[in-house]
Design a binder for this molecule. Structure first.
Ligand SMILES: [Zn+2]
Ligand SMILES: [Zn+2]
Length: 322
């Protein structure tokens, strides 16, 4: 199974600025002085091998959307602005590459905040008759909120103008559903208006998507429900929007968690790979790189025998769960 991250930014989309691009170019040219870059190949090698990610790339700015690929049917978590890029990718590859059209999509919605649904009006496959789009979630007003998002005066194209077969499915937390060849279950999370994490099990592989979730003092309890929910996950995608200082100082009760809580819970649950997700929208590429380094250093302090892998999600990142 391959996990593709189409949108990873928390709360609202961000775009890289001209000043930030100029700063990256400056750093790249300065770093290139020691290298003879006479051929195109040597330039490409230099970019890929010598420049750090914060100079050659960017963590990106789309809001939450993660694809679990490898199934017959498309499976996605959340419909943030990353869903638009997934839809565009599908339009380029999906129609021509496979004969089994129409296509079936499953989108699991963590909650109804804008940043988790705002990509749907721009999801091109939803305009194509014959496509079957299943929107799964735990909130009773799931359909109403999707409809309202596209009603006047908020948006010019109502949901009913989208010609695909779009249906809404309300799930119950704790119940296991068989969807797209996987066992899927949800857990209620602490977040304004509630949010839900999702656990996907296929064969002996387990992926957990757990964003927009604040873990408080009861996270230290031995029987804390999330330890079981995360238990032995091959990949845990975890809301780590804040540093610990943010989380306990100015942003307590905003419904998000810190990178340190992420490490502590992942270690206790025996998780194999932790992916920090829903990055703070005010952090630039340099500060996110530092944030990732700090998180890895904290793991060594917290448990130096742990072989937990830690990633920080960026738009376009892929993780193969072999
Ligand atoms: Zn969010
Ligand atoms: Zn939220």
């Amino acid at each position: 199974m391959k996990i593709r991250f189409w949108g990873t930014r928390g709360s609202l989309p961000v775009a890289i600025t001209t000043d930030a691009i100029e700063a990256k170019i400056f750093k790249a040219i300065r770093a290139s002085r020691a290298y003879p870059l006479e051929t195109d190949e040597s330039i490409i090698t230099f970019i890929r091998k010598e420049l750090p990610f914060s100079v050659r790339g960017s963590y990106g700015g789309n809001t939450s959307c993660v694809e679990l690929s490898g199934q017959e049917e498309y499976v996605l978590c959340d419909a943030g602005t990353g869903l638009r890029d997934f839809g565009n990718y599908f339009m380029k590859t999906g129609l021509t590459g496979r004969q089994d059209f129409p296509k079936v999509f499953h989108i699991f919605i963590s909650h109804l905040h804008w940043d988790h649904i705002q990509g749907f009006p721009f999801f091109t496959p939803a305009f194509i008759p014959g496509n079957q789009i299943n929107i799964h979630g735990h909130h009773a007003d799931l359909e109403k909120i999707f409809v309202n998002q596209q009603n006047a005066p908020s948006f010019p194209v109502p949901l009913k103008a989208m010609r695909a077969d779009i249906s809404f499915h309300i799930m119950e937390p704790g119940k296991t559903y068989e969807i797209a060849g996987m066992n899927v279950s949800g857990i209620k999370q602490n977040h304004p208006g509630d949010s839900y994490g999702y656990c996907f099990i296929q064969g002996n592989k387990k992926i957990v998507y757990s964003t927009d979730s604040e873990h408080k003092e009861d996270a230290e309890d031995d029987d804390y429900a999330f330890i079981e929910f995360y238990k032995n996950a091959d990949l845990l995608i975890f809301d780590a929007q804040y540093t610990l200082l943010d989380a306990v100082d100015t942003k307590e009760n905003w419904g998000h968690s810190s990178n340190l809580v992420a490490v502590e819970l992942a270690v206790r649950a025996g998780v194999k790979r932790l992916c920090l997700f829903h990055s703070e929208h005010t952090y630039d590429d340099e500060s996110l790189t530092k944030f990732l380094q700090n998180t890895r250093e904290y793991l060594k302090i917290h448990d130096d025998s742990s072989d937990l892998e830690i990633h920080l999600a960026y738009d376009g990142m892929e993780i193969e769960i072999g």
